[in-house]
Write a protein that binds this ligand. Structure first.
Ligand SMILES: Cc1cc2nc3c(=O)[nH]c(=O)nc-3n(C[C@H](O)[C@H](O)[C@H](O)COP(=O)(O)O)c2cc1C
Length: 195
């Protein structure tokens, strides 16, 4: 691979990529081979001293429904008066897309590479996943929502004490054209260091 890879297609993907809200995703999702290719690209990120401070938990098929029971129980434990309709909506979160990938930030606190750097690597993984999904023909959205931070849910996911959810990446086929949103104006966020 050349050190630089000029590609108008890549520029277009980077310049125009948009998330599709999970509510507007449906099947089909990537097949196993494509999913593996997407995960391989996702894992190809800058990673100071090759710590690999991340891992993936896949939710596909019936597992999405089964995990819904855990989401619902955790939700009702937090909000016992929320009502059945709302709790049922929480149970169905992972059913919004055919594949949900939990990207787990898995840091090694005693490593020479600062924890902050290890966490940023997990963020890069999520972004790569959005790009890889798009390049493979699938829409996606990177979400955390409440169940990325809920202790009961995290325990059921088997997260260790040095682990956090960097994001749940929902992947599938878009049922609508995603709307554009306002983007930062580059001049507003750039200054030049003056000597
Ligand atoms: C770490 C992280 C967590 C996010 N969590 C949520 C979320 O819980 N709910 C939400 O609506 N958007 C969330 N977003 C924003 C969406 O991923 C996305 O940025 C938004 O839908 C706009 O899409 P686009 O800027 O990728 O086109 C999150 C983004 C990041 C980086």
């Amino acid at each position: 691979m050349a050190p630089a890879q000029p590609s108008t297609e890549a520029i277009s993907l980077l310049a125009l990529r948009r998330s599709t809200p999970a509510d507007f995703l449906t099947g089909p999702g990537p097949d196993q081979e494509t999913l593996e290719a997407i995960l391989t690209i996702s894992a190809r990120v800058p990673d100071h001293r090759r710590v690999t401070p991340f891992r993936f938990v896949l939710f596909e098929g019936a597992a999405r429904d089964a995990f819904g029971d855990i989401l619902k129980a955790a939700f009702l434990a937090n909000e016992p008066d929320a009502g059945e309709e709302r709790a049922e909506k929480e149970r169905q979160r992972f059913l919004r897309a055919p594949i949900v990938v939990a990207v787990v930030s898995s840091v090694k606190p005693d490593h020479r590479t600062p924890v902050w750097e290890q966490m940023m690597t997990a963020g890069a993984v999520c972004q790569n996943m959005l790009l890889a999904a798009s390049a493979h023909g699938f829409a996606a959205q990177w979400l955390t929502e409440w169940y990325a931070f809920d202790e009961k849910v995290l325990a059921q996911l088997g997260l260790g004490e040095n682990e956090k959810i960097a994001g749940y990446v929902y992947m599938g086929t878009a049922t609508c054209e995603p709307k554009e949103r306002a983007r930062p104006v580059v001049e507003d966020i750039v200054t030049s260091y003056k000597v």
